[in-house]
Design a protein around this ligand. Structure first.
Ligand code: G3P
Length: 492
């Protein structure tokens, strides 16, 4: 009897697989880091084979851990780092170039050539003209890899974000598919008409033959080749990682907000059936599409969250383990004069400055490791306040923020976040909400769950944090951040 849902969670720094029971409980998990390639300043690449091989290895590992077989899995869900761009040969499956990662800034200059069309691009895609999204990365590959344009025009090449690449691999090239949540991050997808936008394809000079077909997030994406997991398994759920986390957090009603702290931090507000246009430089995006019905969201994207602590650990080597950050922050306290602006890959929402670079302010002779580490944690929280303020400016009434991702294990960080935001912050029992979200989608597609209400009923709180400092203190701390960020980026 089938009894599990298997999630692939392909992230920016590691691949994971999680085996869930049918009530959403974690049965087994496995994680593999892979190499980050930085061939030039501001460039970030992944080897496509690393993304696939580490994902497969993790999936095999979780089955092995519990002695499960392919026939024990009801359905597979796939979630992924979004926007990251791959192009490969349809016949051989060989990539023509490494994966260009969402953080990669190489197309910042290229973007400027469409400055005159930026409002039209936003109106159709809900996005802002920025190197973050796939369109200019595709264009860069077509312009810079020898023969790529001619092969694309001859229909020989396929484009995909990481979901599409994994589906292609799992199905042995039989499925060239994506879902609406991933498609809407390419800057080529019209989120209102819900189709690839012919005018944008011609604007960016990208042949339509490259593109995958776009499906509902809970739908039939094909079956795996039996060699991969010891039997064919249905792929039934696909969503970009931030939208998957919204689902895993049970944020199905209009007005509900979650924030995920992974490599970056992404705050997503469910806006229901309406694609709300932000007046504060947030993105309008597709939250999920189920049974042909689209739910929209507003999203604020911060490029460096966990990656800031990773840089403090691996780049500066100030700590050996990210866990040390909590005790150092407890020693420093809230009133840290040091402010770090981690604009290593430019600044995302609400500043959108691809040219900004990181800086540290407020150093004095007595500043040391603990102040720097604390400043890294605090920067993540101050940026979250930037996002929440932007969402409130767009009409959100935030009473509660649901948080997840690796960083929220740090109680100090979550309490500081709560104090800086001045709203209740809730941490769920299962913080692996990204993987859980696509397990739910796969469960909906295969009939394990009958409705989103049933899924929402499975969500459980682990701890609620409430604000403990005065508004005056909160605003003073945040003013220090606004001053620091204002010194290195052009006004939003
Ligand atoms: O948009 C980029 C995002 O999907 C990456 O997520 O979890 O790898 O930080 P993560």
């Amino acid at each position: 009897m089938s009894k599990y849902l298997l999630s692939f969670d392909q992230g920016t720094t590691s691949s994971r697989a999680i085996l869930f029971g049918l009530s959403g409980e974690v049965i087994a998990q496995s994680q593999e880091e892979f190499e980050q390639h930085f061939p030039n300043p501001g460039w970030v690449e992944h080897a496509p084979s690393d993304l696939w091989q580490t994902s497969l290895k993790c999936a095999r590992d979780v089955l092995k851990q519990v002695g499960a077989r392919a026939s024990d899995i009801v359905s597979i869900g796939i979630t992924n780092q979004r926007e990251t761009t791959l192009i490969w040969d349809r016949q051989t499956g060989e990539p023509v170039y490494p994966a260009i990662v969402w953080q990669d800034r190489r197309t910042a200059d290229l973007c400027r050539q469409w400055e005159g069309q930026k409002n039209e691009i936003s109106a159709r895609t809900g996005l802002l003209l920025d190197p973050y999204f796939s369109a200019t990365k595709i264009r860069w590959i077509l312009d810079n890899v020898e023969g790529a344009r001619a092969r694309a025009e001859a229909g020989e090449l396929a484009f995909g974000t990481v979901d599409t690449w994994l589906i292609w691999q799992l199905t042995g090239g039989r499925s060239h598919l994506t879902d609406a949540t991933n498609a809407c991050r390419t800057m080529l997808y019209n989120i209102h008409e819900e189709c690839w936008d012919a005018d944008l394809l011609s604007l960016f000079d990208i042949p339509a033959s490259l593109l995958p077909e776009v499906q509902d997030s809970a739908s039939d994406f094909g079956k795996t080749l039996s060699g991969w997991l010891g039997g064919a398994v249905q792929i039934g759920g696909v969503a970009g990682d931030q939208q998957a986390a919204l689902i895993g957090q049970g944020c199905f009603s209009e007005g509900m907000i979650k924030s995920t702290y992974g490599t970056g931090c992404f705050m997503v507000l469910n806006t229901g059936r309406e694609a709300v246009t932000s007046q504060h430089r947030l993105l309008t995006t597709i939250a999920y599409r189920i049974n042909g019905e689209t739910t929209y969201a507003l999203e604020g994207s911060i490029f460096m969250a966990g990656a800031t602590i990773q840089w403090i650990r691996d780049g500066l080597q100030l700590i050996k383990d990210a866990k040390e950050s909590q005790s150092l922050a407890e020693k420093t306290g809230y009133e840290n004069p040091v402010y770090m602006v981690p604009a290593f890959a430019g600044l995302g929402a609400p500043y959108w400055d691809p040219d900004a670079r990181g800086a540290i302010f407020g150093l004095s002779r007595d500043s040391g490791i603990k102040e720097l580490v604390t400043a890294g944690l605090q920067a993540v929280c101050y940026q979250t306040r930037d996002l929440l303020s932007a969402m409130e400016g767009d009409g959100a009434k935030a009473a509660e923020l649901r948080v997840d991702g690796g960083m929220v294990k740090n109680d100090w960080l979550v309490q500081f976040l709560c104090d800086v935001l001045g709203v209740r912050v809730t941490r769920p029992q299962i913080t692996e909400t990204t993987a859980l979200g696509v397990a739910y989608l796969a469960g909906i597609q295969s009939g394990v769950y009958q409705s989103l209400d049933e899924v929402a009923g499975l969500w459980q709180t682990e701890r609620v944090f409430v604000p403990k400092i005065s508004k005056a203190k909160r605003d003073k701390l945040y003013d220090g951040w606004k001053d620091a960020v204002g010194r290195l980026c052009r006004p939003a």
